[in-house]
Design a protein around this ligand. Structure first.
Ligand SMILES: Cc1cc2nc3c(=O)[nH]c(=O)nc-3n(C[C@H](O)[C@H](O)[C@H](O)COP(=O)(O)OP(=O)(O)OC[C@H]3O[C@@H](n4cnc5c(N)ncnc54)[C@H](O)[C@@H]3O)c2cc1C
Length: 533
């Protein structure tokens, strides 16, 4: 017997966006909060730097707006940027009220009780942080609040498979009314129904071979929204972090930009320094320029990684400034006081996503998208550091307000049928999943990565067409598993990235192509419309 769950609101994802919207709704409505693995899951937990906000009395919303627009390379939506920066203080104050232990500044250096840092691209100190583990502090605090709230049911090990819409049910009208969800613990598919659904399922950086994101960043929310009939925008803008540790067991460990700030040198495998050939600022050039230079040299030499060397500094200096990186690298047999660190750039942030308005509403009624899953127009062609957690908070708040304002006037969800497994069997060929997973992430890295060309994109387009057919067939014949669902979603978002990159005939922000190296005079978003539109 399939399990049925009824709530007022279903929130898919328990990162910063999902936790925030759940807490903001729960005093009035019953909320189901899903997490793919163990809560919180997602990228939020790993965020190091902090949250950007106008907190110093000498800083202004206009200055934050200008910095965001500069980073966004002509593609930010001014109204959205003003809206988001304008709400930054209130949203951060709410986090403080919840008890997030931000690092304090007893000296009030920045006219604020909390310590504020300055990151690349910001003209003021405006990053509030909890030492170098801000995401962990936010996640742990908000999860605790969620667990204390009687109106929130947190469901772990639950993977949303697809959204249920009135259209899919063959009922007149438009609107989302729930989702089918795989319970990984029992291996059964459950039915979650609600009057409103919020996608808060994070980004899609797992489409690439190297990523700083945790395992679940497979773009599920973007793929589900696309299948449900939502427009998706600007998927070609993938932010790559220049330096992630390259080691078979190191999965996704970032080597902070602070190392380069303190004099670490980027080197080729033969020990030669190369950054000066690309930018007069050398190792201190902006993130995207450094990532592009590393990618260029790796492709030119056909090598697996390059190196970042800080071993010329004293042991004392390295241990004092970079204890975590030193310790982590040692576990892989790399002593950074003696040798260079093998690094590769890594997919870090998905600027595009499900198109929403200022309330987080998507094209499908009663369906919202918030956080990294969404495309609000805030980041434009490049994300400014620490603006992403801010966007999660502001849009979770806006969506919660909109849901509360419209709840009474919205009809209860139409009853959906159980998940039908009568035509499928257990898979006897899981190798197809692991093989296609590797193949997809490798060709996305090689052909749709940091530097693109028309030819590379065409190669990727041919391969994705094959994978799409193979996985569609597999999906209709075999029982679902988390790996299969993630692969199906990754193929969908990879296809959206390729289509978007092929449409953009210019280089702008994070999208760089050798065939069109100049920036067009007119800035336009790349909007993809689903076939069932
Ligand atoms: C290493 C690292 C450092 C970063 N540092 C910063 C920083 O300092 N400042 C900043 O602003 N940003 C930073 N970012 C980016 C920022 O952390 C993310 O953009 C942000 O946390 C995204 O939050 P989210 O709530 O949208 O999604 P996430 O935090 O990624 O959460 C996604 C949630 O959705 C769930 N989920 C996904 N798919 C499904 C499904 N099918 N069914 C059910 N649940 C699902 C996951 O289990 C998870 O709970 C960093 C990112 C990384 C990876």
């Amino acid at each position: 017997m399939i399990q049925h769950f009824q709530h007022d609101v279903l929130v898919i994802g328990s990162g910063a966006a999902g936790l925030t919207i759940a807490l903001k709704l729960a005093d009035h409505l019953r909320v189901a909060l899903l997490c793919k693995d163990t809560a919180p899951g997602g990228s939020t937990f790993y965020a190091q730097g902090g949250v950007a906000g106008v907190l110093d009395s000498t800083d202004t919303v206009d200055a934050h707006v200008d910095d965001t627009l500069n980073a966004g390379a002509g593609l930010c939506d001014l109204e959205v940027v003003r809206f988001t920066a304008g709400k930054s203080k209130a949203c951060i104050d709410w986090l403080i009220e919840q008890g997030v232990p931000f690092t304090e500044d007893p000296d009030n250096t920045n006219n604020n009780a909390y310590h504020l840092t300055k990151e690349g691209g910001h003209s003021h100190r405006r990053i509030i942080h909890a030492a170098d583990a801000t995401g962990r502090a936010i996640s742990n605090t908000l999860i605790e609040r969620v667990q204390q709230h009687a109106n929130i049911d947190l469901y772990e090990q639950r993977v949303a498979i697809d959204l249920i819409t009135r259209e899919k049910l063959g009922i007149e009208g438009d609107g989302c009314c729930g989702a089918y969800v795989l319970n990984r613990a029992t291996d059964t598919v459950e039915l979650f129904q609600a009057r409103f659904v919020a996608l808060a399922s994070g980004g899609a950086s797992k489409s690439y071979l190297y990523t700083s994101n945790p395992d679940g960043a497979s773009g599920d929310g973007i793929a589900m929204a696309w299948r449900a009939g939502c427009q998706i925008a600007n998927m070609e803008f993938n932010q790559f972090h220049p330096t992630c540790l390259y080691h078979p067991q190191a999965k996704s460990f970032l080597i902070s930009e602070a190392l380069r700030g303190e004099g670490a040198i980027l080197k080729l495998p033969n020990g030669e320094r190369f950054m000066d050939n690309f930018d007069s600022r050398g190792e201190l050039a902006p993130r995207d320029i450094v990532a592009r230079a590393i990618d260029h040299e790796m492709k030119r030499l056909g090598c697996d990684c390059l190196y970042l060397d800080i071993s010329h500094k004293s042991d004392k200096f390295i241990l004092e400034h970079f204890p975590t990186i030193h310790k982590r690298c040692l576990t892989f047999g790399i002593d950074i006081t003696r040798e260079a660190i093998p690094i590769v750039p890594a997919a870090h942030y998905t600027c595009g996503g499900v198109m929403t308005n200022l309330q987080g509403r998507t094209d499908v009624a009663q369906l919202y998208a918030i956080g990294e899953t969404a495309f609000t127009g805030f980041h434009g062609a490049n994300r400014l550091a620490s603006n992403s957690l801010l966007e999660c908070l502001v849009f979770a708040d806006a969506a919660a307000r909109d849901i509360l304002a419209n709840f009474e006037n919205t009809a209860a969800p139409a009853q959906a049928p159980d998940w039908d497994e009568s035509q499928v069997t257990d898979s006897d060929e899981d190798v197809i999943i692991s093989h296609n997973w590797d193949e997809l992430r490798r060709f996305m890295w090689d052909y749709v990565g940091i530097v693109r060309t028309d030819k590379r994109l065409q190669r990727a387009e041919h391969r994705i067409a094959l994978l799409k057919r193979e996985i569609a067939e597999y999906y209709s014949n075999y029982k679902v598993s988390n790996d299969l669902l993630e692969l199906r979603n990754l193929i969908c978002v990879a296809d959206l990235i390729i289509q978007s990159a092929m449409k953009r005939k210019e280089s702008r922000g994070l999208h760089y192509t050798l065939d069109y190296p100049n920036t067009a005079s007119q800035a336009e978003n790349t909007i993809l419309t689903p076939p069932n539109w």
